[in-house]
Ligand binder design. Structure first.
Ligand code: SAM
Length: 263
């Protein structure tokens, strides 16, 4: 059966939103939250001090790595976080960029945004804001950000090309892209891609790392670098059939928007 690109996008967004909405609601009800326990997304050890964060922010940490330390944020910078979730990276970024800086967290899931806003208030940060939106159509002004970060989100997008195009648009010339994400060596089959539960668990939406970096370059970025992480914490029971031939792993991907770009 033919499924249009628009229906596919809507279907994936709905599935992913339902999953993360549930996780955020469970935290509110004090049921232990996890992205896909034992899977690729899990709470991480940050190289930065996270002891000052509210418990509800660390409990709702669903990232695959630590883009914050890699981003080397400076006081006064403007940061955009794609798929902010419960807000952990936005709060850490807000602390680092200080009162003259600004952090905007984007997420499509209302329950996650509510948790993120609660966490922001608990942390007492006034330079962080959360906006509802899709990372494929960012509600952000062009050339307004110094850094775009993201943590275990872009693999969930049905249109990664649009995500990187948007990241490029909102960055100032010379701006940095710093992403932790799940990627693969090898491609999932269309049948595996159709497994929406595995997609929402940050597995079957993951892209081959070469295709992923090619999309970043096609958006206009230069200096594209990939650093694979050692442990992937995969739970085999959550993987689609035949996954064995595909290596799924967490990576830190960085790139730069060239200076003097006129687009
Ligand atoms: C695995 S969680 C990661 C959250 C956060 N980055 C962290 O490290 O804890 C994925 C988040 O991305 C959001 N998300 C997924 N796809 C999205 C999209 N296309 N547009 C906006 N938000 C999206 C989900 O609502 C969810 O809050």
């Amino acid at each position: 059966m033919f499924i249009s690109e628009k229906s596919r996008t809507l279907g994936i967004h709905a599935e992913v939103q339902a999953r993360y909405g549930r996780i955020a609601e469970e935290l509110k009800l004090d049921i232990s939250a996890s992205c896909c326990s034992g899977s690729t997304c899990s709470s991480q050890l940050y190289a930065t001090d996270i002891s000052w964060l509210p418990d509800t922010a660390t409990t709702l940490s669903l990232g695959s790595g630590d883009p914050i330390s890699a981003a080397q944020l400076q006081p006064g910078e403007t940061v955009v976080d794609l798929g902010a979730g419960g807000g952990i990276d936005c709060l850490l970024a807000g602390h680092l960029v200080g009162p003259d800086g600004h952090v905007i967290g984007i997420d499509m899931t209302p329950a996650m945004l509510a948790q993120a806003e609660e966490n922001r208030k608990k942390a007492g940060l006034t330079n962080v804001e959360f906006r509802q939106g899709y990372i494929e159509h960012l509600p952000i002004e062009s050339e307004s950000a110094d850094v775009v970060i993201s943590n275990c989100v872009i693999n969930l997008s049905p249109d990664k090309t649009a995500v990187f195009r948007e990241a490029f648009r909102v960055l100032k010339p010379g701006g940095r892209l710093v992403v932790s994400d799940i990627v693969t060596h090898g491609q999932f089959t269309p049948e595996q891609r159709a497994d929406m539960a595995a997609w929402a668990c940050c597995i079957s939406g993951a892209e081959d790392v070469q295709t992923y970096t090619a999309a970043i370059q096609a958006a206009g970025f230069t200096n594209v670098m990939v650093q694979a992480k050692d442990a992937t914490h995969l739970d085999d029971t959550k993987l689609p059939p035949s996954e064995q031939e595909i290596h799924v792993f967490s990576a830190l991907v960085t790139a730069v928007k060239p200076e003097g770009n006129n687009d």
